[in-house]
Design a protein around this ligand. Structure first.
Ligand code: T4K
Length: 409
């Protein structure tokens, strides 16, 4: 256990972890089941193009999401683009800035204009009143994000979309297995998009899905993700190749088999972090509503630099020196990145404030209770002695800069 600031690796102590402790370790499940499935695909020599494993994966995702249709895809970014094409979007799409850049890039890549809207700071998700104020005659859709798996204000957003006659579909990349007022994420808006990237709660190496109750929309997307073929090999419109392979589906199914156990372990980790850090002034663990079903996949802390004396970035540097590979999910906001920053400068006070504070810490089945205790010891030492840590880090930076200056003469 580190008792003094001098024990921190950033100031010359030895790293707390010999091996890196990552955010976003893949949830693999029973690898022998994975190999069985891959062998089955190899034996049957059917590797892609809507094979039986992809179809089984779709069925199981649809069940979990409580919807009638699921189309699996090669990733969520392409799934968002398929949805944009299949709903004939044009002009502007309102979305949050506090998200992974894929949300915005998916639409920008198609020539649509992402319009970033501020969040409700208590949820990190789009503020419906601000969304309404951002609607213009060019708006064709609202694409909210269930950030970190916490549900958006779905009823209010549905009303705004209906009142203004614009499409509403969700980036639910983080939301598999979560609910809003007891209703599963997946069934809100015209459609929702899940990600099954390696780092997600269920992984298919890379993968995504569009889920919906709209039969026509589902069949248009199914055709579009296979070159626009709806029957036989005659395209009915311009499509793309957005299909999930059988190997990816084998991984997805195996990861899905382990889903309940993964969530149970994530929740235990979340409880562990909550209890270790509960009384730490100026730092809070972003909470999940215990009345809802949550996947607890992202463990986010908010660091108040004014109160603790230490900025989130310095806490991140301290942790990384200890081999704790934390992530700034999601900072800076998309509106502060290119091309958006140059193309359409905006100020989003709530987003900017929250983006300065958030840090994702390691969780998932590979992270033990003892790992959490040790991570939290480092966090506690750094935050409780925040002003001193900052002063020493600044002194160290100045002396390094001075040394470099001398060396370069
Ligand atoms: N919408 C939202 C809201 C999203 O968060 C995302 C993706 C998307 C849309 C688009 O979904 P996809 O098109 O990707 O399906 C990672 C993921 O690449 C990205 O999918 C995800 N969000 C985002 C939140 O996280 P990076 O840039 O942080 O990835 P990387 O390579 O730095 O890895 C992050 C951490 O995961 C590291 O600590 C290492 C660990 N890791 C990563 C990989 C790939 C592993 O331990 N094993 C692995 O195989 O974006």
């Amino acid at each position: 256990m580190k008792r003094n600031i001098g024990d921190l690796a950033i100031f010359g102590g030895s790293s707390a972890f010999l091996q890196p402790l990552y955010v976003g370790r893949p949830n693999i499940g029973d690898r022998s089941r994975f190999f069985d499935r891959v062998n089955w695909a190899l034996d049957h020599q059917w590797l892609t193009n809507g094979g039986p494993l992809a179809r089984e994966f779709e069925q199981r995702v649809a069940e979990l999401a409580g919807v009638r249709y699921c189309v699996s895809t090669c990733n969520a970014t392409v799934a968002l683009q398929l949805l944009a094409r299949a709903t004939d979007l044009s002009g502007e799409v309102i979305m949050p800035s506090l998200t992974f850049p894929a949300t915005a890039h998916a639409f920008r890549w198609l020539g649509l204009t992402p319009v970033f809207c501020d969040i409700d700071p208590s949820t990190g998700c789009l503020d419906p009143a601000l969304v309404e104020a951002a609607i213009t005659p060019r708006t064709s859709a609202i694409v909210p994000v269930h950030l970190w798996g916490r549900p958006c204000a779905v009823d209010e957003l549905a009303k705004v979309a209906a009142d203004h006659g614009v499409k509403l579909f969700y980036d639910a990349a983080h939301g598999l297995g979560c609910t809003s007022k007891g209703r599963p994420i997946g069934g809100f808006g015209q459609a929702e998009v899940f990600s099954f990237h390696a780092t997600k709660v269920v992984n298919a190496f890379e993968g995504g899905a569009v889920v919906t109750d709209d039969e026509e929309l589902a069949s248009r997307i199914r055709a579009m993700h296979n070159f626009g073929f709806s029957q036989g090999r005659v395209s009915t419109e311009a499509g793309i190749n957005g299909k999930m392979t059988e190997a990816a589906a084998a991984m997805g199914l195996t990861s899905l088999d382990a889903f309940e156990e993964t969530v149970r372990q994530n929740e235990a980790n979340y409880d562990g972090y909550q209890s270790e850090l509960a009384d730490l002034a100026g730092l809070k663990v972003v909470a999940f509503d215990p009345e809802e079903r949550n996947n607890y996949h992202y463990l986010i802390v908010e660091v108040d630099a004014a109160e603790t004396g230490v900025h989130r970035d310095l806490l991140g540097d301290v942790l990384r020196s200890e081999n704790v590979v934390c992530q700034r999910y999601f900072s800076p906001g998309c509106h502060e990145m290119e091309p958006y920053r140059s193309e359409r400068p905006v100020t989003l006070p709530h987003t900017e404030r929250l983006a300065q504070k958030v840090l994702a810490l390691p969780t998932g089945p590979t992270v033990s209770r003892e790992d959490i205790r040790r991570v939290c010891d480092i966090v506690r030492l750094t935050v409780e002695r925040g002003h001193e840590v900052t002063r020493r880090a600044n002194e160290r930076a100045e002396s390094t800069a001075g040394g470099e200056g001398k060396g370069s003469k």
